[in-house]
Ligand binder design. Structure first.
Ligand SMILES: Cc1ncc(COP(=O)(O)O)c(C=O)c1O
Length: 413
């Protein structure tokens, strides 16, 4: 079934204002999400924050059910937190590493995750090892197999990296993790919301995701999946009176479910908005969403590849909605700035976000144009026309200044 594009666009207020190819940064919220967030904030203002949360109790429970449906798990395996980094960190820092334990990761691992590996390796004597890529630029399943032994404690990889359309073979990795008895933590920050994700089929024990990217939820929301069977093998690095109960002067008891990875105070309006965003995505169907996203991205890549000055930088056998490219003799930041001045939203992915991969490919930065199902063919055409004009015009005399000004804005991820 084709997705009703007209409805998708009419339910997305931002479509009237911008050409938004920054869905891997933060997608445009649908009206239903906006209404849910604003509605709850209004209720908080009118009757009080605690009272509003209590009144919305059933709606809040539904957020967990929706997330469970999205990922193919049980609602007691879901924790709702502030963002993907917090979700991932709560899971990773919950693992007790011993000297010599091996952490296997991949070339396209996200900076925040890798920094955490380095910190934990320094603290505990665990070692971090990187699985090489295969000839397609995705994690090599063969190479992973060759690296296995009983000291592999954790396999932690990124499903879709921040800097390209690559989709790593997550389910093959899950199969291997099970065979070797290692924990498997999947950073699904860029994949959840744009493609079907089934934690049973993938075989991961822990999965992190964010609300504002392909799920189209509000900022400041994220979620963590923790498989029931591993819940008692991983102890949250931070506890509070929501994660645990103070049972006597010198004891406490952890919650029985994944919410032990949450903390008490939370952005309830955001959480409700996240639930509505997930239900909205489920309403369209993740298969249909992914079909449309990949069709648009393939069209965009084809058009970009036909421009002599442009090099498409995406890798992998399967490629998703994130399209990255470089332009000869022009900094990615400059292209980003010129397009932004025309109300065309893209972002720039820098070496420091995925250092191993960018260094291996000799890239400093890439322009990232990430499409979603509510984008249309006309936008792809307008985008390409604007890019061609930008290339034809050459660097503006003040391009250095423009870039400097641009760099003062918070860095887009
Ligand atoms: C692959 C990947 N992991 C994690 C994150 C961090 O997500 P958040 O900003 O929600 O913490 C990002 C953000 O761009 C990402 O691309």
């Amino acid at each position: 079934m084709e997705l009703d594009l007209k409805r998708a666009r009419s339910e997305t207020p931002g479509c009237q204002h911008v050409l938004h190819f920054n869905n891997a940064g933060a997608a445009l919220m649908p009206q239903a999400v906006l209404d849910a967030v604003v509605g709850h904030l209004r209720l908080e203002a009118e009757i009080g924050g605690y009272e509003a949360a209590s009144q919305a109790g059933d709606i809040i429970e539904r957020v967990y059910e929706a997330a469970a449906q999205l990922l193919g798990c049980h609602s007691d395996e879901i924790a709702i937190v502030e963002n993907a980094t917090r979700a991932w960190g709560m899971a990773f820092y919950a693992i007790s590493f011993q000297p010599g334990d091996r952490i296997l990761t991949a070339m396209s691992e996200y900076a925040s995750n890798y920094i955490a590996f380095l910190q934990v390796a320094r603290r505990t004597g665990a070692v971090v090892e990187v699985i090489p890529n295969d000839e397609h630029g995705q994690l090599s399943v063969e190479a992973l197999r060759a690296m296995l032994d009983e000291r592999v404690r954790l396999i932690a990889i990124t499903h879709v990296p921040t800097n390209g359309g690559l989709v790593n073979p997550a389910a093959e990795v899950g199969q291997i993790a099970r065979e070797v008895g290692a924990l498997y933590l999947l950073d699904a920050c860029q994949s959840v919301g744009q493609m079907p994700i089934d934690v049973q089929a993938i075989g991961c024990d822990l999965l992190s995701a964010t609300g504002r990217k392909y799920l189209r939820g509000p900022r400041g929301t994220g979620l963590l999946y923790v498989r029931r069977e591993v819940l008692d093998q991983v102890e949250p690095p931070l506890l509070d009176l929501h994660a645990a109960t103070w049972t006597s002067a010198d004891s406490y008891q952890l919650r029985p479910d994944a919410r032990r990875f949450e903390n008490w105070e939370t952005n309830t309006a955001g959480k409700i908005g996240l639930g509505v965003a997930i239900e909205y995505a489920l309403g369209w169907g993740l298969e249909a969403i992914y079909r449309r996203v990949t069709a648009l991205a393939t069209d965009l890549r084809g058009r970009l590849a036909a421009m002599p000055a442009v090099t498409v930088q995406d890798q992998g056998i399967e490629r998703c909605g994130i399209v990255t490219f470089t332009v000869a003799q022009r900094a990615a930041e400059a292209i980003h700035a010129v397009l932004a001045a025309r109300r065309i939203n893209v972002s720039t992915s820098l070496l420091t976000s995925t250092r191993l991969d960018m260094e291996a490919r000799g890239l400093q930065s890439v322009v990232r144009a990430s499409v979603h199902y509510y984008n249309d063919g006309d936008e792809v055409e307008r985008f390409c026309a604007a890019l061609e004009e930008t290339i034809m015009a050459g660097p503006a005399p003040d391009e250095d200044q423009v870039m400097e000004q641009f760099a003062r804005f918070p860095r887009r991820k």
